[in-house]
Design a protein around this ligand. Structure first.
Ligand code: XIL
Length: 321
C-alpha cells in the first residue's frame, strides 16, 4: 500500500474526500494524508449538527476535523449552509422574515466560526428541480421565502467569509434537463449580482450511468457561465437500481468499476481547465452512505476497499494509461 502512487501526485487538480465520522486517526488518517489534499466534513457542518436548537451552536465535531485537516496540510470544503435535509423543523416556523433571520444568524455563526479556513462553501445544496416549470425545488425554504433564501445565503456568506469560494451544489447535474435548469438559475442569479462563484456537481453515479459524455457536456455548458466548477461528492455505485443487492461484490464488477472510474477521470483530465477540484464521497468502502441509502445493502463505490486496500477503481484514477 505504501508503494502505490499518491493520488495527489498524479492529478492536475485538487483531489479530496469526505470524512463522515471521527476516523481521522489511525489507518484512515494515513490514507487521507497520503492521497488527498482536501477534505469535506460529510455531516459535521450541516444545520442539524451545528445548530440543533435555535441559537445553540455545537462546533466540536467540525472543529475537530478542520483542525486535523489544517494540522496536516489539507484544505477544507465547507458543506453545507442551506439544504432541505438534515435541517430541524423549527427553522421553518413563523413568517418569511423569521425564516430568513434564522438563515442569516446561522450563516453568521457557522461561516463566521471557520472564516478564512475553508476554501469553498456549498452555500446552497440541491435547490434545483427540473420537473417544476421554474426549475426550483419546492423545499420548505422555497415555500416560505421563494428565491430569497438563496439570495440571502450567498450575500451573508460572502460578507462573513469573503475569501471562501461560494458554490451552488446539486446532484444529477449531468442529466440534460437538470443541467439546463441549473444553468438558467445560476445565470439569472448572477445577473442580479448574487455572489455565486461556482457550481458543484455531486456526481453520485453508478457503474453504467450516466454516459461520461453527459458529464462532459454539463461541464462545458456551465463553463459558458464563467464560473468555477468542482466535483463535490463523487462515488460510483455498483448497482443500477434500488432493488438489487449482493452478499459479496463480484470481482468482475469491481474491474468494470475500475474502467468506469477511468472514463470519468478522463473527462476530468480533459476538462481540468474548468474544474479545480474533485472530491470523493468517502475514503474507503467501509464508510459509504450508499450502504444505507436508499436501502441497506452492501455497496462498494469508492477507491479503497473496507480493508483500505486500493481497488481497480483506484488504478482507474491513478494510472490512466
Ligand atoms: C449524506 C451523508 O453521507 C450521510 O452520512 C447522511 O446520513 C446523509 O447525507 N448529497 C449531499 C450529502 O449533499 O450531504 C449527502 O451526505 C449525500 C447526498
Amino acid at each position: 500500500q505504501r508503494d502505490i502512487p499518491a493520488l495527489k501526485d498524479v492529478l492536475g487538480f485538487t483531489i479530496g474526500t469526505a470524512v463522515q465520522r471521527p476516523q481521522t486517526l489511525g489507518e484512515h488518517g494515513e490514507l487521507l494524508r497520503r492521497h488527498f489534499e482536501s477534505v469535506t466534513p460529510g455531516n459535521q457542518l450541516k444545520w442539524d449538527a451545528t445548530e440543533p436548537r435555535e441559537g445553540e451552536f455545537t462546533f466540536a465535531e467540525g472543529d475537530h476535523l478542520v483542525d486535523y485537516a489544517h494540522a496536516n496540510g489539507l484544505k477544507v470544503r465547507g458543506h453545507t449552509l442551506a439544504w432541505h435535509s438534515q435541517t430541524p423543523d423549527w427553522v421553518f416556523e413563523g413568517t418569511k422574515a423569521d425564516v430568513l433571520r434564522r438563515l442569516e444568524n446561522h450563516i453568521r455563526a457557522v461561516a463566521g466560526r471557520y472564516k478564512g479556513r475553508l476554501y469553498a462553501w456549498d452555500v446552497v445544496n440541491e435547490v434545483v428541480d427540473e420537473n417544476q416549470p421554474d426549475g426550483l425545488r419546492r423545499s420548505k425554504w422555497f415555500q416560505t421565502t421563494g428565491l430569497d433564501y438563496i439570495r440571502t445565503a450567498f450575500r451573508v456568506a460572502r460578507e462573513v467569509d469573503p475569501d471562501a469560494k461560494l458554490y451552488i451544489n446539486d446532484y444529477n447535474t449531468e442529466f440534460p434537463r437538470k443541467r439546463r435548469a441549473l444553468y438558467e438559475l445560476v445565470r439569472k442569479l448572477r445577473a442580479e449580482g448574487v455572489p455565486i462563484d461556482g457550481v458543484g456537481h455531486q456526481l453520485h453515479v453508478n457503474i453504467e450511468q450516466p454516459h461520461a459524455s453527459e458529464i462532459e457536456e454539463t461541464i462545458e455548458l456551465i463553463a459558458g457561465l464563467g464560473v468555477d466548477q468542482q466535483v463535490t461528492e463523487l462515488d460510483v455505485s455498483v448497482y443500477t437500481d434500488f432493488v438489487q443487492s449482493y452478499p459479496e461484490i463480484p470481482a468482475a464488477l469491481l474491474l468494470k468499476q475500475g474502467h468506469r472510474y477511468k472514463e470519468i477521470f478522463d473527462v476530468f483530465r480533459r476538462q481540468s481547465g474548468h474544474l479545480n477540484s474533485v472530491t470523493l464521497w468517502g475514503l474507503a468502502d467501509d464508510d459509504t452512505w450508499l450502504s444505507t441509502f436508499p436501502i441497506t445493502r452492501l455497496n462498494a463505490p469508492l477507491l479503497f476497499d473496507d480493508r483500505l486496500q486500493a481497488k481497480p477503481a483506484y488504478w482507474g484514477v491513478a494510472d490512466p494509461a
